[in-house]
Design a protein around this ligand. Structure first.
Ligand SMILES: *Cc1c(COP(=O)(O)O)cnc(C)c1O
Length: 340
């Protein structure tokens, strides 16, 4: 793929493991389910933003930045990984945290990712829900610039073409693993939010002429909007790569049936999916993204969209730190009636 022409810093442990879920596959009676362990990228409890940040922070350093500025929801995994990347590369980190979830209790605003932001010395300010958060972030960067700092602004989720290169690299890495294991793969499934993960995967697969379907399980936007947003970034990323040929919108598959009450709002299917994978395989998902993503995979199996003879790869994008912000859903003391 020749990604070495782009500035990059090493932040994570790669390649991440690709593992077959034997217990779960047996429990469900097929399809054969594999998991790509991007929860184990090694950066301050890991997750999918680490791959994006390798290119984004590489670009920031190439531009002589001294401060990373970004934004996310209060329990943002992206902000936590950006804070860690800043520590590791000797930069400062300023973040804006949007109060997008306000009904989750005290732990939501103090524990999980927020606690880790505090430990890593990330400076953050809160913002009420509903503002244009990227515009707020640009304004903060501008303010820091007038104070003599050299800020580098990273959009929410690290989702621009440079960040998406991280998932071009992941597409490359997975196809290499499929080839090493002699695996044909019928579908790749993962949670989609700010779009960089799915866009990067699609751009990377397109550049390699690999047509494995990639199903994004939306955690926020309705299907049409998410498909359009993923497609726009995938095309721009393919352009940055210089990939030949069109990347049609028909290549972008999104399932929005797991969103429930909205971003960060729990669903029963999410709680059940987290309990199932934990108890079958000892792997912890998260309540905002991968739990809903995995619930989407289970629902596709139930609906016959994915069938017994097939092989499917779920990308675990991380986020288990946020479990501590949602502990009331899982604790045997506070949630005794759920399936878990
Ligand atoms: C950010 C995030 C996602 C979504 O990835 P996008 O590139 O924003 O679509 C999925 N899972 C976890 C755990 C995340 O933190």
């Amino acid at each position: 793929m020749y990604l070495s022409r782009f500035a990059r810093v090493r932040l994570g442990h790669f390649p991440t493991a690709l593992e077959r879920l034997d217990n779960l596959t047996r429990h469900l009676g097929g399809p054969e389910i594999w998991i790509k362990r991007d929860d184990c990228t090694g950066l301050a409890t890991g997750g999918n933003k680490t791959r994006k940040l390798e290119f984004l922070v590489g670009d920031a350093l190439a531009q002589g930045a001294d401060t990373l500025v970004t934004q996310g929801a209060t329990q943002s995994n992206h902000v936590r990984q950006t804070a860690a990347a800043a520590c590791k590369t000797g930069l400062r980190c300023h973040a804006l945290l949007e109060q997008r979830v306000t009904n989750m209790g005290d732990a939501y605003s103090t524990s999980g990712n927020v606690l880790m932001d505090d430990i890593m010395g990330c400076e953050y300010e809160e913002r009420p829900e509903g503002l244009d958060m990227n515009a707020e972030g640009e304004a903060l960067a501008e303010k820091l610039r007038t104070q003599g700092r050299k800020p580098y602004f990273i959009p929410g989720g690290g989702s621009n073409t440079i960040g998406a290169l991280g998932y071009v690299a992941c597409a490359n890495e997975m196809v290499q693993q499929f080839d090493d294991e002699r695996l044909t793969v019928d579908a790749i499934v993962h949670a989609t939010g700010s779009t960089g993960t799915q866009a990067g995967l699609l751009a990377g697969l397109h550049a390699m002429n690999v047509d494995i379907p990639v199903m994004g399980v939306s955690v926020r936007a309705p299907e049409d909007k998410q498909r359009a947003n993923v497609h726009r970034l995938a095309v721009a990323t393919a352009d940055l790569l210089g990939a030949r040929g069109d990347l049609p919108q028909s290549r972008v598959a999104v399932d929005d049936t797991e969103v429930g009450g909205g971003y960060g709002q729990p669903t029963d299917a999410m709680v059940d999916a987290i309990a199932l994978l934990a108890r079958q395989e000892g792997i912890l998902l998260d309540p905002v993204y991968s739990g809903k993503g995995f619930a989407g995979l289970l629902s596709m199996i139930r609906r016959g969209v994915l069938t017994k003879g097939q092989r499917v790869v779920f990308i675990h994008t991380g986020g288990s730190s946020a479990l501590f912000a949602y502990g009331h859903l899982f604790s045997r003391q506070t949630a005794p009636t759920r399936a878990i």
